[in-house]
Design a protein around this ligand. Structure first.
Ligand SMILES: *Cc1c(COP(=O)(O)O)cnc(C)c1O
Length: 385
């Protein structure tokens, strides 16, 4: 089976992990610190905190901004459920902003309209989570202008987007946001098995997240309520979690991140071949904003139902029958049973729903061979001509 995405693990990665297995540290230790420093340097942020998943990263980022009961968090319906669930973990309310039909990212017009309405109703969001879908940045400059006007904080969900750029700045530098989170799940751009990180330029947020990552415990006497009892002493000052990344995982991450640029180049090469080979067919190919340089986590095509008689389902099954594991990203979050039960209805975010009906994610990963890609293209051509 040719999958839609997969990790690339080479001998250097394996050697790096074995070195750590033979060392004194398995859980969070010096390699996690090195990984965090490397992340900061790569993307140009002041601080990085590595955690055990992007889901944990989103949870801690929301807690660091004091999201709680009675607050609103807004995100994109065209995302993985984790982008919205983090609000519910904090006891806050979640709502969505419909997507732009070209970029499949949050629509700035829809956001503006919803903010005007929310201001009248007294339901302005405390946090907005723009999701850089498929690795292409949202229009962060426009979002930052609105955040100043309406007073909300911004957490970029860049789970798809490490290695991407916006206005020639690396995604993750937090120039237009309070924090950025990355995912290191195997299907994403680089992997630590499971893992994630929070990037920020604000020292207060950094301190809070460090504590929350490990039980809300501090060993820093400056942050303690009482005098230290001795060198063994620590204090729990918040209710935190065990969201730590292991040194084993950080060792893999440190080895993987050396190939970040190569991975992004490869993904662009693959996208260019799809673009060349599929542009004459009745398909919608990924629109690329001139402000953004995508990390191309996904290559999503849409069947144009007005131009072809076959459906997305037909093409999905034809490709699977040929051993090509295409997938669909994403089922709009508000249509999930759990969210329906919270009061959302089908029809609430029509652009995300329309897009979902026709979308198909083609194989896209750095080790996809030319031969395998030609096979994917051939099956699509045969079905659409
Ligand atoms: C993968 C993903 C997540 C969750 O990442 P984990 O590391 O698996 O927790 C969150 N948001 C988006 C947009 C994702 O694609």
């Amino acid at each position: 089976m040719i999958p839609y995405g997969r990790q690339d693990v080479n001998q250097a990665d394996i050697d790096a992990v074995i070195d750590i297995l033979k060392s004194d540290w398995l859980t969070q230790g010096p390699s996690v610190g090195d990984f965090e420093k490397t992340l900061c340097k790569k993307v140009g942020a002041e601080y990085a905190v590595a955690v055990n998943s992007a889901t944990s990263a989103l949870h801690l980022a929301c807690l660091a901004l004091d999201l709680g009961s009675g607050d609103w968090l807004w995100t994109s319906p065209n995302s993985f459920v984790a982008s919205a669930n983090c609000a519910l973990y904090c006891g806050a309310n979640v709502d969505f902003v419909d997507i732009d039909p070209h970029t499949y990212n949050i629509s700035i017009d829809a956001l503006q309209e919803k903010l005007i309405f929310a201001e009248k109703n007294g339901t302005l969001p405390k946090i907005l989570i723009p999701v850089h879908f498929a690795g292409q940045s949202c229009d962060m400059e426009a979002i930052a202008v609105l955040s100043k006007k309406y007073g909300f904080k911004i957490i970029e969900d860049a789970s798809h987007a490490i290695g991407g750029k916006y206005q020639n700045r690396s995604i993750g530098d937090c120039f237009y946001s309070d924090m950025t989170i990355f995912s290191f799940h195997p299907v994403k751009i680089i992997t630590t098995g499971e893992g994630g990180a929070i990037l920020t330029n604000q020292s207060l947020l950094h301190e809070r997240i460090l504590q929350l990552r490990s039980h809300g415990i501090t060993r820093d006497s400056q942050l303690m309520k009482n005098f230290s009892h001795g060198p063994w002493y620590y204090e729990q000052v918040h209710l935190g979690f065990n969201y730590r990344l292991t040194d084993i995982q950080a060792g893999l991450g440190l080895s993987q991140i050396k190939r970040l640029e190569m991975y992004i180049d490869k993904r662009h090469d693959i996208a260019a071949i799809y673009q060349r080979s599929l542009s004459a067919l009745p398909l919608v190919l990924p629109y690329q904003s001139n402000q953004a340089y995508s990390a191309y986590h996904l290559y999503v095509i849409q069947i144009d139902p007005s131009k072809v008689s076959i459906t997305r389902e037909h093409l999905f099954f034809a490709l699977h029958k040929a051993g090509i594991g295409v997938n669909v990203h994403y089922i709009p979050i508000h249509t999930q049973p759990y969210y329906q039960q919270l009061g959302f209805s089908i029809g609430d975010f029509p652009e995300a729903e329309r897009y979902y009906k026709n979308a198909l994610s083609l194989p896209m990963y750095p080790t996809l061979t030319r031969l395998d890609q030609e096979k994917v293209i051939k099956i699509i051509q045969e079905n659409l001509q």
